[in-house]
Write a protein that binds this ligand. Structure first.
Ligand SMILES: CCCCCCCCCCCCC/C=C/C(=O)SCCNC(=O)CCNC(=O)[C@H](O)C(C)(C)COP(=O)(O)OP(=O)(O)OC[C@H]1O[C@@H](n2cnc3c(N)ncnc32)[C@H](O)[C@@H]1OP(=O)(O)O
Length: 291
């Protein structure tokens, strides 16, 4: 049922994509509806789109949210006026808590597979975006949140938060394509340590290892991203795009070749009793944190 809604959403998105930017806002309303978990604003003067995640309490990535992200990314990529995309959060102190763990705990198998496919699609789109992408990381950014950040071209983060691929702390393994993106970002040594230890880096530590590119005060994260965008806009677009594509294509193609296999690995792995037990305990620990 929920997947049916998703499909109709994509249909609307395709209609929107055929239209020009003057009806863009109408399209946005149609696709996301009121109370949408995503706010997409395109400034036609600057050519910058700001995509703000607003799914309380923690912007966790479930099937529906990932689908909306896919639609938004597709809209931005197909909007000729849009030269840059900033991804940020409207939730105080949280960029994204990563994948919604409830999607993986005691799952319905069809939905689990659809969830993973939609995540793969979101990542393939984001990592391969032609326009400039900047993550304005104004809160914690573990696991899937870190993947989204690393998939952008540049990362600006506010102090006193954490970012990293902490999967092993949940008793699970980061998939090869998460690891590849980290490898491409911070190199082998940092990746092999961080992945095994499930390290969540504090903002300053993340800057030191090159996981993020800049630290600015919380209230300046978005304006710093807008400013940084201008530096990227000065470079001839085609040359910049081609440089990015050449560097990122092998990583994207690696997953494209193994998409279905990867879904199978994920399904078989996540449904193992031991993994279910770990996820259950982790969910419980999250709920007990505030007690
Ligand atoms: C042959 C070998 C093959 C191998 C094949 C491998 C295949 C692949 C395997 C699987 C790979 C999976 C990859 C997973 C990626 C992920 O992203 S997993 C998610 C990781 N995320 C986290 O660990 C973050 C957990 N959350 C937090 O640390 C904190 O919530 C926060 C983000 C720092 C915010 O803190 P705070 O503001 O204090 O809020 P809380 O009170 O903690 O949370 C509010 C409610 O939200 C719930 N919640 C938090 N995070 C999640 C989440 N990720 N998913 C679902 N729900 C979440 C939390 O439980 C609270 O709920 P309530 O108590 O009901 O209010």
């Amino acid at each position: 049922m929920r997947i049916g809604i998703v499909t109709s959403g994509l249909g609307i998105a395709r209609q929107c994509l055929r239209k020009n930017t003057s009806v863009y806002r109408t399209c946005r309303r149609q696709v996301t509806g009121s109370g949408s978990p995503l706010d997409l604003n395109v400034d036609s003067k600057t050519g910058i789109a700001v995509l703000s995640m607003n799914k309380p309490p923690v912007n966790s990535l479930n099937l529906e949210f990932l689908t909306e992200l896919n639609i938004a990314l597709e809209k931005v990529e197909n909007d000729k006026q849009c030269k840059g995309l900033i991804i940020t959060s409207s939730i105080p102190k949280i960029f994204s808590a990563g994948l919604d763990i409830t999607e993986m705990y005691q799952p319905d198998i069809d939905r689990l597979e659809e969830f993973w496919r939609t995540l793969q699609d979101m990542w393939i789109k984001l990592y391969g975006m032609n326009c400039v992408t900047i993550a304005a990381i104004n809160g914690h950014s573990p696991a899937g949140g870190c993947l989204m950040s690393m998939s952008c071209d540049y990362r600006i983060m506010a102090p006193n938060y954490t970012i990293g691929l902490n999967e092993t702390q949940l008793g699970i393994v980061a998939p090869f394509w998460f690891a590849d993106v980290m490898l491409n970002t911070v190199g082998f040594r940092q990746t092999e340590m961080a992945l095994q230890l499930g390290t969540l880096f504090k903002t300053e530590e993340a800057l030191n290892i090159g996981l993020i590119d800049k630290v600015v005060p919380q209230e300046e994260v978005l304006s710093a991203a807008q400013q940084e965008m201008q530096r990227w806009f000065k470079i001839p677009g085609f040359a910049r795009q081609l440089s990015k594509t050449e560097l990122r294509r092998p990583t994207i193609e690696k997953l494209l070749k193994k998409k279905e296999e990867d879904i199978g690995y994920f399904r078989d792995y996540i449904t193992k009793d031991a993994i279910q037990k770990s996820l259950g305990m982790y969910l419980e620990s999250l709920k007990n944190r505030r007690k």
